[in-house]
Design a protein around this ligand. Structure first.
Ligand code: SF4
Ligand code: FES
Length: 364
């Protein structure tokens, strides 16, 4: 007979829920869902030992438990603190939490460059989302931001160390998902950096997953680099018969072209199944995949803003609302611009799509 699971009561932001003993506050809050769930930049459900590094998930425990109702004096990391019977937690209802979270975001941004306009992670970056909610318009930091020697991690993965927030997720992925870890966090304190000790490429079968778990743009996909903005692409769920992984992925398409392949993510931005390098980097043709349908984007991300599910097109045309006149000022950018040259498949360019690629095509 299956063992009975003991449930305990916890109240988060005045909502009470029964959860199994041993559940963390973060997981209990995620069971309630919505804004009650604190943000998490380093915790990752599938990675053992993750959490406790970034402090974005801080919450206030206003009642410890039924047995000891005293409040906890300091804010606690919800990903690393388990619930107790009768515990009362405050997240969005606590000014202390909001104030601390503002401080954590300011701290994370001390050294993080503000290069969102050129960063491939923009639009799906958790730090970008956080800074919109909690960031200040300026910095109080007077020192130079950290810089690092560049490390080449091979043909598939681009490292921008200046963007790293040292969440350790990529290190746990290499440890727990691949059969050999060749990178890690080197040095201490302000000098800590993600690197391989001797210059080495990350070329393990499942190492591409470090890109999916990185909450910022420190690790990005070289085969997608500078090819498009993520909000211009359409995510669709697809699968293939893969001998190495389950082959269930999200394709990021622009027209018929597959610009990027990633693991499927849940509403908390965590991948459902790890995917292999071959699915991620080598299967970039639409015929490699069986398309299942549009990906459901449930996070309040910029991708869902331009989403195409349930799209209602206005019935009246410009002409109809403009007294029968055709639009004069609205031009079809594609007919006057040579930027999107029809002869160039972005997905087929081996490296980043730069002006050199387009100029070379022009000279032909
Ligand atoms: S590179 Fe990304 S995943 Fe790795 S520690 Fe830095 S922020 Fe975290
Ligand atoms: S998510 Fe809890 S400390 Fe980072």
């Amino acid at each position: 007979m299956a063992e009975e699971i003991k449930l305990i009561k916890v109240t988060i932001d005045n909502i009470t829920i029964d959860v199994p003993v041993g559940t963390s506050i973060l997981k209990a809050a995620r069971m309630i869902g919505g804004d009650v769930a604190p943000p998490a930049m380093c915790f990752y459900t599938k990675l053992k030992g993750s959490g406790g590094k970034c402090r974005t998930c801080l919450v206030e425990v206003s009642k410890g438990s039924n047995a000891d109702p005293r409040p906890m004096p300091k804010l606690v990391a919800s990903c690393r603190t388990n619930v107790m019977e009768g515990m009362e937690v405050r997240n969005i209802t606590s000014e202390r939490v909001t104030d601390a979270r503002n401080g954590v975001v300011e701290f994370l941004l001390l050294n993080h460059p503000l290069d969102c306009p050129v960063c491939d992670q923009a639009g799906e970056c958790h730090l970008q989302d956080l800074s919109y909610e909690h960031g200040k318009e300026g910095t109080r930091y007077e020192f130079k931001r950290r810089t690092f020697e560049k490390h080449d991690l091979g043909p598939y993965i681009q490292l921008h160390m200046t963007r790293c927030i040292l969440c350790y997720r990529c290190v746990f992925v290499a440890d727990q998902v691949t059969n050999k870890r060749v990178h890690g966090v080197l040095s201490r304190g302000d000098h800590s950096e993600i690197a391989t000790h001797i210059e080495k490429a990350l070329d393990n079968d499942f190492i591409g997953n470090v890109i999916d778990v990185c909450p910022v743009g420190a690790l990005t996909d070289k085969t997608f680099r500078f090819k498009n903005r993520v909000w211009f692409t359409k995510p669709v769920d697809a699968h293939r018969d893969c001998p190495t992984c389950k082959g269930k992925v999200t394709l990021w398409q622009r027209g018929e072209e597959v610009l990027r392949v990633t693991g499927r993510k849940d509403q908390w931005g965590e991948v459902e199944d790890w995917i292999c390098n071959s699915c991620r980097f080598e299967k970039k043709h639409i015929t490699d995949w069986v398309i299942e349908g549009p990906t459901k984007i449930s996070r309040h991300s910029v991708i869902s803003q331009g989403h195409y599910l349930g799209l209602k097109k206005p019935t009246e045309t410009f002409k109809a609302v403009h007294g029968g006149r055709d639009p004069k000022l609205l031009m079809d950018i594609h007919s006057i611009s040579e930027v999107n040259r029809p002869g160039i498949d972005l997905s087929a360019i081996p490296g980043p799509a730069t002006s050199d690629v387009f100029n070379a095509e022009k000279k032909k």
